[in-house]
Design a protein around this ligand. Structure first.
Ligand code: AHM
Ligand code: MG
Length: 335
């Protein structure tokens, strides 16, 4: 007898406990994200076939070259989120300023803000490696009926009401949390439906993979260098295995499923690290903690940091609790 599989749509309707706030609205919002994810997934699957890879010659706010697919994904998510009367503002990696959405009849009644990296790891597209979309959702703090403000986006990650990612890998998967565990859904591209494939993802207590771009080794803080040497030492259950895709969605997805630690530290050239607090660090911190893991900047819980800028960068240490704590102990000893 064939097994009955739950779809993402059924999952959202069937779990009223899923959302702390307005179930229907947040459900619609997640629905909008899953829809845009399908559109982007479809486009990415054609990337090697049509003239869509390569750059378009413009740069984004971080001074990085934008790829055509970055722009496509950004527009797909912005359009899908704007078309529903739920979101009052968006911060995207691809837009320098926050995007204000005044909603139906310009009444500014929409309650949620979305932070997103529409296509993370996009330098990997031309070589057919996994990329992803990352998102976090907050309730606005400015009064309903007034335009969204930058303060609505500068909330600490512990106020996220939902966060997740879509990995465009060998399969397209959407993984999200609303604070009730982490659930993963795999897209069946033939019929355009996501099925619950990974219910209640929990990160193993301990792992044997460390993930860091060692090309920057000489510029890392002493504590990080010593922790890397610890990972490589032939002692106890080490050396650990090194794995680094260079696509945070793929590296964290693996870490969630197999355990391990993912590090993007500060360095002499990048004193704040590289990753963005709002739309890279915080969503993954929420997911990792919900899966039973830990995420810090080496000293402080990521989700307790009050952002000061919408594109702020932050060092990131995330993964199995024991491994992240070990890395932190090296940083503390060598500070
Ligand atoms: P992006 O948002 O411009 O794609 O940059 C973020 C990406 C992450 O996905 C990845 O972990 C990291 O940059 C890789 O950076 P590096 O090449 O310095 O290791
Ligand atoms: Mg990114």
């Amino acid at each position: 007898m064939s097994k009955r599989h739950t779809t993402l749509g059924e999952f959202l309707i069937g779990r009223p406990e899923e959302f702390e706030y307005d179930n229907a609205e947040l459900g619609q919002l997640i629905n909008a994200i899953r829809l845009a994810g399908k559109v982007v997934s479809h486009e990415i699957r054609k990337a090697g076939l049509v003239d869509i890879t390569g750059t378009i010659g413009s740069t984004n706010v971080q001074g990085e070259e934008q790829k055509k697919l970055d722009v496509f994904a950004n527009e797909a998510f912005i359009n899908t989120l704007t078309n529903r009367d739920i979101v009052c503002g968006i911060v995207s990696e691809e837009n320098e300023e926050m995007i204000t959405i005044s909603g139906a009849n310009n009444r500014n009644r929409n309650k949620y803000v979305v932070v997103m990296d529409p296509l993370d790891g996009s330098s990997n597209i031309d070589v057919n490696i996994t990329v992803g979309t990352i998102f976090g959702i907050y309730r606005r703090i400015s009064p309903v009926g007034t335009p969204v403000t930058v303060e609505d986006f500068l909330q600490p990650g512990n106020l996220q009401v939902a966060a997740g990612y879509i990995a465009y890998g060998t399969s397209t998967m959407m993984v999200y949390t609303t604070g009730n565990g982490v659930h993963g859904f795999t897209l069946n591209p033939a019929i355009g439906t996501y099925y619950l494939s990974h219910p209640n993802i929990t990160i193993p207590d301990m792992g044997n993979i460390y993930s860091v771009n060692q090309g920057g080794y000489v510029h890392f803080p002493e504590g990080v260098k010593k922790y890397i040497k610890y990972c490589q030492a032939e002692e106890d259950d080490r050396p650990y295995t090194g794995r680094y895709v260079g696509s945070m969605v793929a590296d964290i997805h693996r870490t969630l499923l197999l355990g391990g630690i993912y590090i993007y530290p500060q360095s002499t050239g990048k004193p704040e690290g590289k990753l963005r607090l709002l739309y890279e660090c915080n969503p993954f911190a929420f997911l990792l903690e919900q899966a039973g893991g830990r995420a810090t900047n080496g000293a402080q819980r990521i989700m307790d940091i009050k952002p000061t800028d919408i594109h702020q960068r932050m060092p990131f240490f995330g993964g199995c609790v024991a491994m992240v704590e070990k890395a932190e102990s090296f940083l503390k000893k060598n500070s």
